[in-house]
Design a protein around this ligand. Structure first.
Ligand SMILES: Cc1ncc(COP(=O)(O)O)c(C=O)c1O
Length: 394
């Protein structure tokens, strides 16, 4: 599906979209056109080129907002999911924290949704609490309910696990947290390019994601935040464009979202991201999800039949990734052997060491899907693995 739109999908098989997706020509050409014909700084110049760049930049914000069911003021451009989460920690959570208050995350988080909270706890005396998971890789819902207490100041949870592929029932969980007055940040890094996300319908307080995992460029990300939160939050960085008025005595802040976008932003990245959104909209997110689900079911069945291959987790609903071990073969050897056959997968701890520790595997191999993968890619992977297993048999 749509393989011909992606110039870098060479003869080989790209199964590492969980790390970063390939980019369609439409996105590449849009960035090229911007630098050739439209480049200028935004929110500054009065000349036509600058006015046009500003319009393109703000139109990109509108498009991203519409795509996820938000309004433009609620979209802050960042460098990626990591920065979006750090911004929420610094600007929203930190001023609320008293010693002994709690931040709640889950056992299946990416390091980007663990470490900022740990540092916040060090700075404030708050406590990091962790929702356990079961062996299948589903959240332990009764434990989650018990951990949402009067001391919880924020629940920060991944929408889709980058290792297990678990799709968490975030809408239900947000509703439960809200009943107790607890705001929720969702890490949507693995979700936005795979499934329809409507932050309004989810009622998420914050939703963080990255352009480069949804067929857009690197270095551009999004933090969605409810207006009522963003208006109260302190700036994340300070400098140009985030101010209203500066004197040596006092500075006042620009309105949202500009209050959070200090300095010259990634204008080309933003325009490229808007083109990626347009690309996804043209296909339709229902179509994107259905196509991936079909390849995922095929992959689960096909890999499940390979002797010695153990898939980590068996969540109720899986999307995006399958992580596995294969007999005695080391994941780096597997990835290396696959690379020799032009099959790109990821090996290692996948930036989720606590999760890997839970399954008692220091490293594993992960294949992750993009909208350009078909069953023939899975066949090539499945054909290569038994040979590798034999080669590395102890
Ligand atoms: C679930 C999840 N959260 C956060 C991140 C970090 O995203 P980025 O590196 O784009 O900031 C990733 C990237 O792999 C991820 O999979």
């Amino acid at each position: 599906m749509n393989r011909e739109d992606f110039p870098l999908l060479w003869e080989g098989v790209y199964l590492d979209s969980g790390a970063t997706s390939q980019k369609p020509l439409q996105v590449i050409e849009r960035i090229d056109r911007y630098y050739r014909n439209e480049n200028a700084n935004v929110h500054r110049g009065v000349y036509e080129l600058s006015a046009k760049a500003t319009v393109l930049y703000e139109e990109a914000r509108e498009r991203v907002a519409r795509f996820i069911g938000a309004v433009r003021d609620e979209i802050i451009f960042t460098r990626g999911t990591t920065e979006s989460i750090n911004m929420t920690a610094f600007s929203f959570a930190e001023p609320l924290m008293q010693p002994g208050d709690e931040i709640l995350i889950s056992h299946m988080e990416h390091h980007a949704n663990i470490v900022p909270w740990q540092l916040l706890c060090e700075r404030t005396g708050a406590v990091l609490k962790v929702i356990p998971i079961d062996r299948n890789g589903n959240l332990d819902r009764p434990a989650l309910s018990a951990l949402l207490t009067g001391r919880t100041r924020l629940l920060a949870l991944t929408h889709i696990s980058n290792v297990l592929g678990t799709v968490n029932p975030v809408k239900e969980i947000i509703a439960e947290a809200h009943e107790k007055g607890i705001p929720v940040l969702i890490d949507g890094a693995q979700a936005v390019g795979r499934t329809k996300v409507d932050v309004n319908d989810l009622d998420a307080d914050f939703y963080a994601f990255s352009g480069h995992k949804m067929y857009g460029p690197t270095g551009i990300g999004i933090l969605y935040g409810k207006k009522k939160h963003l208006e109260k939050m302190r700036p994340y960085q300070s400098g140009g464009d985030m101010i209203l008025r500066v004197t040596f005595e006092k500075t006042t802040w620009n309105e949202i979202p500009h209050k959070f976008e200090a300095g010259t932003p990634n204008i080309a990245g933003t325009i490229g991201l808007a083109e990626a959104v347009r690309y996804l909209e043209r296909i339709g997110m229902d179509e994107v999800e259905a196509a991936e689900d079909e390849v995922m079911s095929y992959a689960l069945e096909k890999l499940g039949r390979i002797e010695g291959l153990e898939i980590i987790g068996s969540p109720d609903r899986r999307s995006g990734a399958i992580t596995f071990t294969l007999g005695d073969a080391h994941p780096h050897d597997i990835a290396h052997e696959l690379a020799r056959k032009n099959i790109a997968v990821r090996a290692g701890h996948h930036c989720a060491q606590p999760l890997m520790n839970f399954y008692k595997v220091p490293a594993a191999t992960r294949m992750s899907l993009g909208l350009y993968n078909g069953k023939e890619d899975i066949d090539k992977l499945a054909d290569a693995l038994p040979e590798i297993r034999e080669k590395f048999k102890l």
